[in-house]
Design a protein around this ligand. Structure first.
Ligand code: PLP
Length: 384
């Protein structure tokens, strides 16, 4: 094929273009009515009480950490197989990050190892945990909640891969990622490779009113205009805490609202593409795919295969104009994290996974023909 097939990309149609054009012609480019509309609709989509729109997924993680008073002297736990931002946002607040290795079959943080780490540490060692719904497969936040309650930890769920994903909990409830039922806060990204594109954009969801109010304030410099004495004048406001400018403009929200309306359809298409890959690679001994426990419904941001000759396959696919990707280089192996003391060998399952993983193209606009071409190219490489 002459057309390049990326691993992920946005789907923009006429209604998206119309929505943004309309916003451009309105009275507001930023901080108009579309911010609240996007927040309300997103909260409804994931089933949370509150949602706070912000500049990007990384800002969402940073704001979430700030709202929970993450600070120097604290230790936070996350997984090595995630985008660096999950850990970086904790470092922004001065906290230290520790990792728990992944389960080699689901690629998610290993909950047995997490429990072991907590049980063998002095009480109060850790302040919180940042589990990641990697590829769109939900982490079992019900299990993590039990540990969090026992060890007095908060949970910031990095759900950037997982809008629309869910699992069934022990009492039969459908727990959507971001619903705030077990996590204190959940963070989402609207980067173009993610499910919903805003250009740049992010969202934090929660069911906690106090956290919600603090997030709103932190998002705009820590300034409050609420309950100000009238005699101080109509302009009066106070900067009460140290915040940031992490707002999401109306322009981006216009695109987000329009994209969100199609998110359900896009999710169905993602599931279909993942099912096609799963079927095509079933029973092939040279290919390992992520285990999908049956009570978990993946939102399929990424479809990953593990193969022994990963680099050769990556290069081969590139000659065919298929631009696969690798998610992720283990966070602890980046030079910055190595400078903090982490080293190769610290998390063997994450490192083994990294040596073999490859992300294949998956996005709603990928055609049946293109997917067949990708599948056949992988099989051709394996001489099958
Ligand atoms: C995309 C992503 C982020 C960061 O989102 P941005 O919007 O790019 O800042 C954080 N964590 C994970 C797991 C992501 O995939």
């Amino acid at each position: 094929m002459t057309k390049i097939i990326p691993y992920g990309r946005q789907t923009i149609d006429e209604s998206d273009i119309e929505a943004v054009t309309k916003a451009l012609k309105s009275d507001f480019l930023t901080q108009g009515p579309l911010v609240k509309e996007f927040e309300d609709k997103f909260a409804n989509y994931v089933g949370s009480h509150y949602a706070v729109a912000c500049a990007n997924g990384t800002a969402a993680l940073h704001l979430a950490a700030l709202s929970l008073n993450v600070s120097a002297g604290q230790k936070i736990i996350t997984t090595p197989i995630t985008f660096a931002a999950s850990a970086n946002a904790m470092l922004y607040c001065g906290a230290a990050v520790e990792f728990v290795d992944i389960d080699p079959d689901t690629y998610l943080i290993d909950l047995k190892k997490l429990e072991q780490k907590l049980r063998t540490s002095k009480p109060g060692t850790y302040a919180g945990i940042v589990p990641v719904d990697f590829t769109g497969l939900p982490v079992d936040t019900e299990q993590i909640r039990k540990l969090a309650n026992e060890f007095n930890l908060w949970i910031i769920e990095d759900a950037c891969h997982a809008p629309g994903a869910y699992f069934t909990d022990s009492i039969g409830r459908r727990i959507l990622c971001g619903s705030g039922i077990y996590s204190d806060l959940s963070c989402f990204s609207f980067h173009p490779v993610k499910h919903i594109a805003c250009g740049e954009g992010g969202m934090i969801t929660t069911n906690d009113e106090a956290l919600y109010k603090k997030l709103v304030q932190l998002r705009t410099h820590g300034i409050s205009r609420e309950n100000m004495p009238e005699e101080k004048g109509g302009w009066f406001h106070e900067m009460q805490i140290l915040g940031y400018n992490y707002r999401l403009p109306d322009l981006n929200c216009a695109l987000g609202i329009s994209q969100l309306a199609k998110a359900g359809k896009g999710l169905e298409r993602r599931k279909e593409i993942a099912a096609n890959y799963t079927k095509a690679f079933a029973g092939i001994s040279q290919i390992k795919i992520q285990k999908q426990p049956h009570e978990f419904s993946n939102a399929w941001h990424l479809f990953i295969i593990e193969v022994e000759k990963r680099k050769e396959l990556y290069d081969f696919l590139k000659t065919k104009n298929i631009y696969s990707q690798v998610h992720y280089i283990p966070v602890h192996l980046h030079p910055y994290y190595q400078s903090l003391g982490w080293k190769a060998g610290d998390f063997p399952f994450a490192e083994k996974y990294y040596s073999q993983c490859l992300t294949l193209p998956l996005y709603p606009a990928l055609s049946y023909e293109e997917q067949d071409y990708v599948i056949n190219s992988v099989l051709e490489f394996l001489n099958l």
